[in-house]
Design a protein around this ligand. Structure first.
Ligand SMILES: Cc1cc2nc3c(=O)[nH]c(=O)nc-3n(C[C@H](O)[C@H](O)[C@H](O)COP(=O)(O)O)c2cc1C
Length: 333
């Protein structure tokens, strides 16, 4: 079943649906399952290597063994560490060698990724939460934008999906709605609004293919929208997490020393590095821990609409069906 938009035509996929990159929840089996069903899965390189233990190229080859359909890669291009930047350049090159033709960049200036990708005929979309980042991304040559709204899992933005569409629509490139989509009706609504596609994260954690713990998946099924809160304690900027006893104990705001360091021009980089290293460990442990004691779980407001663990391919099929139904009813009215 296909549902064409500018986005699906650019990528050669059936349905304008992205299984978004998720640290620590993106494992190769999940990425492959979303792509095999006609959507597109996105590799998160740190999750692939550090959390799930694959050598980078071997991890990509594992996905290619599971599906011949396209999949993409997330490149978080903040240049806070030279070591990380050099590694990311290698990952982008290996991904291109292995046939990846779609990249989603986050933070920073995407120009170097766009230039490398263009040589192989690959395209780049950029994650944005507001107009100024969109302008920067487009100046760097990206072909589309992932509009991250305030209901998203991960680092949420300040605006609603409607506000982002209004703010970014005039830029004339395909816009993908990221945040708050947990069921087929919300997917169809985003397409109806004018988005060229949707990026989902939380919905795909509650699947058998995702290697997150059962305790984490069940917490998503139990959570209502009101249980999703923004915590500054993970990375220093607000991240959407499920309100659990552990999160309540820790509080949601950064501590006084961290806040003071985040304000300083030099100290802010150290503090971000400390946060980044600490959070990589914490989130990895929490997502895989079956005891459920480390209940420190990221999820977006879409959790409110997620009521069962179901295979990624089944999710894609249900979403496709609803989008096609909508198309038929629009055509006959
Ligand atoms: C657990 C989790 C981890 C995430 N990690 C990343 C990441 O590493 N890079 C990224 O670009 N987006 C990340 N995101 C954002 C997702 O790719 C996607 O945009 C978002 O989840 C959409 O909102 P939803 O969860 O309501 O569907 C993450 C989201 C979640 C839930």
């Amino acid at each position: 079943m296909t549902r064409e938009t500018r986005f699906t035509r650019q990528l050669g996929i059936d349905l304008p649906l992205i299984c978004g990159a998720m640290y620590p929840c993106s494992n190769p089996e999940l990425v492959a399952a979303a792509s095999a069903a006609g959507a597109i899965g996105i590799v998160q390189p740190v999750s692939l290597t550090f959390v799930h233990g694959h050598e980078f190229r071997a991890g990509l080859r594992l996905i290619k063994n599971l599906t011949s359909r396209p999949f993409g890669m997330n490149a978080l291009i903040e240049k806070s560490s030279r070591h990380y930047h050099e590694r990311l350049v290698r990952w982008v090159d290996v991904a291109l060698e292995e046939g990846v033709r779609f990249f989603i960049t986050s933070l920073g200036n995407p120009r170097w990724v766009v230039d490398r990708a263009a040589q192989a005929g690959a395209i780049v979309y950029h994650d944005v939460t507001e107009r100024k980042w969109a302008d920067k991304g487009l100046a760097g040559g990206v072909k589309g934008l992932i509009a991250v709204n305030r209901r998203a899992g991960g680092h949420a933005g300040p605006s609603s999906a409607e506000e982002l569409l209004e703010e970014l629509g005039p830029l004339g490139v395909p816009l993908i709605c990221a945040g708050g989509i947990g069921d087929p009706a919300e997917f169809a609504a985003a397409l109806r609004m004018g988005y060229a596609g949707a990026q989902l994260g939380t919905r795909f954690i509650a699947t058998p293919e995702c290697h997150a713990s059962t305790a984490y998946k069940e917490a998503i099924l139990r959570a209502s929208e009101a249980d999703i809160v923004l915590s500054e304690r993970i990375t220093g900027v607000p991240v959407a997490v499920i309100r659990t006893p552990f999160v309540e104990r820790m509080g949601l705001k950064a501590g006084p020393i961290a806040r003071w360091m985040l304000r300083g021009r030099r100290t802010k980089h150290w503090m971000r590095t400390i946060y980044a290293l600490k959070s990589l460990w914490q989130l990895k442990k929490a997502s895989l821990d079956e005891s459920g004691e480390r209940d420190y779980w990221q999820a977006g407001k879409s959790a409110g609409k997620i009521t069962s663990i179901e295979p990624a391919g089944e999710i894609v099929r249900r979403f496709a069906e609803r989008a096609a139904e909508r198309e038929r009813s629009t055509a006959s009215s």
